[in-house]
Design a binder for this molecule. Structure first.
Ligand code: GLN
Ligand code: ZN
Length: 766
C-alpha cells in the first residue's frame, strides 16, 4: 500500500508551548524536578503531534523530529560528539549540559549557530577537531520511540544522515578535512540503526539535504560505501533530499543501497519525470508534493495529474509526502480563527481559505494519496474545496491590481539608476550636509523599553486612542533625539519605537501583505518569528514613515536619516506568493518603497537608509543560480533607491561579516553609504573591500551590539584606526554593528558617548 507521511512536524506547539516551557526551565534552578517538568511538556507535545498525524490518516508518525533545542545538536548528542572544550561526558550528558552547548555558560561560549540551508531556521554548527570521537551518546530518540510505540503508532524515526552531519560542521584545531572523520562516525550510526531495528522499526528516514548542493566529488564518492555499511544493519532506509533538485546526482542516488528515496517536488517538480525512468524495482520513491516551506493551500488536482504517470509505473512504491519537514510552517490554521484577548483574529475568511499550515497539510497529503490509490471520487469533497480555493485565489481582485502590473511593465533601466555617478553625488552631498570627517551615526533602532512595548500594545488593543499613541511615540522620539544630541552624533535617527519588527511593521501598512496572529515558526531554540504573508500585488496606499521621520527632523538641525526595510529582506522574511516569480514580488515591494523614499525626500529628509540584512541569505543553494538572483535583487534595491535627487544620500545596512564573492553585487547597489558588521572580525572584512576597491562610503561597525559589554573608547578608536588602513578617511563612517533595540539605555548611553569620543580623537589626529 502506498504510504502517506511527513518528514517532520513543528516542535514549538500551536501556542508556542515549547518556547515558554524552555524559557521557564532556563530561568529555573534546573533541579531534577524542573527537568522532569520540561520532559513532561515534551512528551505531551509529541503525543499531540503524533495523534494529529495518525488521525489525519498518515501511515507513519515521524519520531525523532522533536528536538529540545535543535535537531543537529540532537544528532551530535546521539553520536556522542560533544565538543571537548565543554568537558562534558557524552554518555551522561544532562539536559542542562545540552542547553549549555547551545547557549554557552560562564566559561565556554555557545556553539555557533547558522542558517539551515536557505531557510530562516538556525542550527547549531558541529565542531570537529582532529580528536573528535564518536560513541554511544545520551539519546532521547529511544524514549520517544517507546512513547510512540506504547501509544500504538507506527513509528518512522528520523535521523540526520552522517554525510550531512559532517558537512554542516566546522573544522577546528587544525583538522584539515572533516570528511576524514567518516570512518569513526559510521560505526556509531550502525549501532544506532541496529538498535532501531531491534526495537521493531521497519523504516528509518535519513535526511541528506546536502545532495541539493553543489557537492564536491570527494563527498559524492563516499556516499555509496557509506550507505552500504549502514544498510547491512539498518531497518529499511528512506534517504531524503530536499530544498532543491538532485537530478545531477541521479545515477548515484538510484544506485544507493537504500530502500527508498525522497524528492522535493515542491521546489523541483521537474525531477520526477527523470527519476521515474528506470526507477529500480526494489525501491520506493517518496514524492514530496505538499510544500513544507510555504503556507498556501495545495492544488490537489494539479498534483494528482502530476503524479499519475509515476503512480501507474510505480504503483504502491510511490509514496506521498511533504516536500521537507513542516518545521518551517506554523502549526495550525485553526488558531487564526480564535480571537484572543490580546489580538483579534487578523485573517479574514477568504484569505484563510487560501492557506494550509502544518496540521492542514497532513490532510492534504492523505487526500492526495487516497485519490491516487482509490480515485479522486473517494475524496472529491476535499479536492473540490481545494479546487475552489485555488480558483478564487487565481482570480481574486484582492490579489491582482492592474495598476501594479502596469507600473512594473513600464519600469525602465533608468528607473534603477541614480542620475549621476557616486563621485558627483558625493560632492553634492558633502556640500549639502557639511559633515566632519568620520561622521558618526547609528543603524536605526534604540532600546525597545517596556514602556514602548506597553504603548504599542495599548494602542493595538484599543486601550489608548490614536492621539495618545502618537504623543507617546513622539515623546520617545524626542527622548532618543535628546540623547543622540548629548552623545554628539552627527547623523541622527528617530529610533524606530513604533516598530515591533522591521518587516512586520511594513507588512501591516502595505497592501498585499497580511499578518497572522499565531503564525509562529521556530527560528532557533526558543526563538520564534511570525513571518508576514505576501498574498497579493504590493503597493503602499499611503506614506508609512514620513510622519515619524519628519517629526524627528523638526526637532533638530542635524540630519535625521529615514529608515526603511529593503525589498529583498521583506521578501526573504515573509511567506511569499507562489503564483508569480519571487523577482516580480521583490520589484513590486521595491516600487512601493520607491514611493516612500520619494515621499521622504519631498518632506525634506536628506538621508534615507534602506536596510538589506537578508540580501546575502537569499543566495540560492547552487552557485549556478546566484547570478540570476543577484541581478533581480540588485535591480529591486536600485528601483527602491534611485528615484531621488543626487544630493539625497542613500544608505544601506547589512549585518554580517562574510561578503566573499558577492562584493561586486554590493557595490552594484550603488548606495552612497553602506554600514556593515565588523567589530567581531576586527575589521578583517575590510581587507576584501579594499582589495576589491569598493568605491562608495562605508561605516564598518565599531561596537558589537550583540554583547551587553560596553567597549572602551580606546578599543573603538583602535578599530577606527584599523579601518583607516583600508578605507580613506573621506569615505569612512563611524557607527555600531547593527541596531540597538536589544540593548538597554545605560549601555547605549555609555557606548555611544565613547564611540563619538573615539571618532573625535581619531579625527583630531588626522
Ligand atoms: N534599522 C534596523 C535596526 O536598527 C536594522 C536591523 C537589522 O539590520 N537587522 O534595528
Ligand atoms: Zn543589522
Amino acid at each position: 500500500m502506498s504510504v502517506a507521511h511527513i518528514l517532520g512536524f513543528p516542535r514549538i506547539g500551536a501556542r508556542r508551548e515549547w518556547k515558554f516551557a524552555l524559557e521557564d526551565f532556563w530561568r529555573s534552578a534546573q533541579t531534577p524536578e524542573d527537568e522532569a517538568a520540561l520532559h513532561q511538556v515534551a512528551r505531551t507535545l509529541r503525543a499531540r503531534h503524533w495523534a494529529l498525524q495518525r488521525d489525519a490518516g498518515l501511515d507513519y508518525v515521524t519520531v525523532g523530529d522533536f528536538a529540545g533545542y535543535d535537531h543537529v545538536l540532537d544528532t551530535l548528542a546521539h553520536v556522542g560528539a560533544v565538543p571537548a572544550r565543554f568537558g562534558f561526558d557524552a554518555q551522561t550528558l544532562t539536559l542542562a549540559q545540552y542547553f549549555q552547548m547551545a547557549r554557552g555558560h560562564a566559561t565556554q561560549p555557545a556553539m555557533e549557530m547558522t542558517k539551515w540551508f536557505d531557510t530562516n531556521y538556525h542550527y547549531i554548527v558541529p565542531e570537529y577537531t582532529p580528536d573528535t570521537q564518536f560513541g554511544a551518546g545520551v539519546t532521547g530518540l529511544f524514549d520517544a520511540l517507546t512513547e510512540a510505540q506504547a501509544a500504538g503508532h507506527r513509528a518512522k524515526p528520523v535521523l540526520l544522515g552522517p554525510l550531512t552531519l559532517l558537512w554542516l560542521g566546522k573544522e577546528r584545531d587544525g583538522l584539515q578535512d572533516r570528511l576524514t572523520l567518516l570512518p569513526r562516525l559510521l560505526p556509531v550510526y550502525c549501532q544506532l540503526l541496529a538498535k532501531l531495528r531491534a526495537a521493531g522499526v521497519d523504516w528509518v528516514q535519513l535526511d541528506e539535504p546536502i545532495f541539493a548542493l553543489d557537492l564536491p566529488h570527494a563527498w559524492r564518492a563516499v556516499a555509496h560505501s557509506t550507505y552500504e555499511q549502514l544498510a547491512l544493519v539498518a531497518p529499511q532506509l528512506l534517504l531524503t533530499t530536499y530544498f532543491g533538485a538532485v537530478t545531477e546526482h541521479m545515477a548515484l542516488l538510484k544506485a544507493l543501497p537504500v530502500a527508498g528515496l525522497h524528492l522535493d517536488l515542491a521546489r523541483a517538480p521537474e525531477q520526477l519525470e527523470a527519476f521515474i525512468e528506470d526507477w529500480p524495482e526494489d525501491k520506493i520513491l517518496s514524492a514530496g508534493m505538499v510544500d513544507g516551506r510555504n503556507v498556501w493551500r495545495h492544488d490537489l488536482d494539479a498534483s494528482l495529474t502530476h503524479l499519475q504517470k509515476a503512480h501507474s509505473r510505480l504503483g504502491d512504491r510511490l509514496w506521498v509526502a511533504s516536500s521537507c519537514s513542516l518545521l518551517h510552517v506554523p502549526v495550525d490554521l485553526q488558531s487564526e480563527l480564535e480571537n484572543t484577548r490580546s489580538a483579534p483574529a487578523a485573517l479574514d475568511p477568504e484569505l484563510r481559505s487560501w492557506l494550509a499550515f502544518a496540521t492542514q497539510k497532513l490532510d492534504e497529503i492523505v487526500a492526495l494519496r487516497c485519490a491516487l490509490v482509490a480515485g479522486r471520487h473517494k475524496v472529491s469533497k476535499v479536492f473540490d474545496a481545494a479546487a475552489q480555493a485555488c480558483s478564487t485565489r487565481r482570480t481574486s481582485t484582492r490579489i491582482h491590481h492592474a495598476f501594479v502590473a502596469r507600473r512594473l511593465a513600464e519600469l525602465t533601466e533608468g528607473d534603477a539608476q541614480r542620475n549621476a555617478p557616486y563621485e558627483q553625488r558625493a560632492w553634492l552631498q558633502r556640500e549639502r550636509f557639511k559633515l566632519p570627517l568620520l561622521p558618526t551615526t547609528t543603524i536605526g533602532s534604540f532600546p525597545q523599553t517596556p514602556e514602548i512595548r506597553q504603548a504599542r500594545a495599548d494602542f493595538k488593543q484599543g486601550r489608548i486612542g490614536h492621539l495618545a499613541y502618537l504623543e507617546a511615540m513622539r515623546a520617545h522620539i524626542r527622548d532618543a533625539l535628546a540623547r543622540q544630541n548629548e552623545y554628539g552624533l552627527d547623523v541622527l535617527v528617530h529610533g524606530e519605537a513604533e516598530r515591533n519588527d522591521m518587516v512586520e511593521y511594513f507588512g501591516e501598512l502595505l497592501a498585499g501583505f497580511a499578518i497572522t496572529t499565531h503564525g509562529w515558526v521556530q527560528s532557533y531554540g526558543s526563538r520564534c518569528v511570525k513571518p508576514p504573508l505576501i498574498y497579493g500585488d504590493v503597493y503602499a496606499p499611503e506614506p508609512m514613515t514620513v510622519g515619524w521621520t519628519t517629526y524627528a527632523q523638526q526637532q533638530t538641525d542635524k540630519p535625521v536619516k529615514g529608515m526603511l526595510t529593503g525589498p529583498v529582506t521583506m521578501l526573504q522574511w515573509a511567506f511569499v506568493r507562489d503564483d508569480q516569480p519571487r523577482a516580480t514580488t521583490a520589484l513590486q515591494i521595491a516600487l512601493a518603497l520607491r514611493d516612500e523614499v520619494c515621499a521622504l525626500e519631498e518632506a525634506g529628509i536628506g538621508m534615507i537608509q534602506i536596510d538589506e540584512p537578508a540580501l546575502r541569505e537569499g543566495l540560492p543553494l547552487k552557485v549556478d543560480d546566484h547570478a540570476t538572483y543577484l541581478a533581480w535583487a540588485i535591480q529591486a534595491f536600485k528601483v527602491a533607491s534611485s528615484g531621488v535627487a543626487n544630493h539625497t544620500q542613500i544608505h544601506t545596512h547589512m549585518c554580517y561579516s562574510e561578503f566573499g564573492d558577492i562584493l561586486p553585487a554590493i557595490a552594484a547597489l550603488d548606495a552612497d553609504v553602506l554600514s556593515i558588521e565588523t567589530t567581531r572580525s576586527n575589521m578583517e572584512l575590510l581587507t576584501s573591500f579594499a582589495a576589491f576597491a569598493y568605491p562608495n562610503e562605508i561605516g564598518p561597525g565599531v561596537y558589537d551590539i550583540h554583547s551587553p559589554r560596553v567597549p572602551t573608547s580606546e578599543e573603538m578608536a583602535r578599530l577606527i584606526q584599523l579601518a583607516l588602513e583600508h578605507i580613506p578617511a573621506e569615505r569612512l563612517w563611524v557607527n555600531p554593528d547593527c541596531g540597538l533595540k536589544t540593548r538597554d539605555w545605560t549601555q547605549v548611553d555609555e557606548a555611544l558617548t565613547r564611540m563619538v569620543k573615539a571618532a573625535q580623537q581619531v579625527r583630531g589626529a588626522l
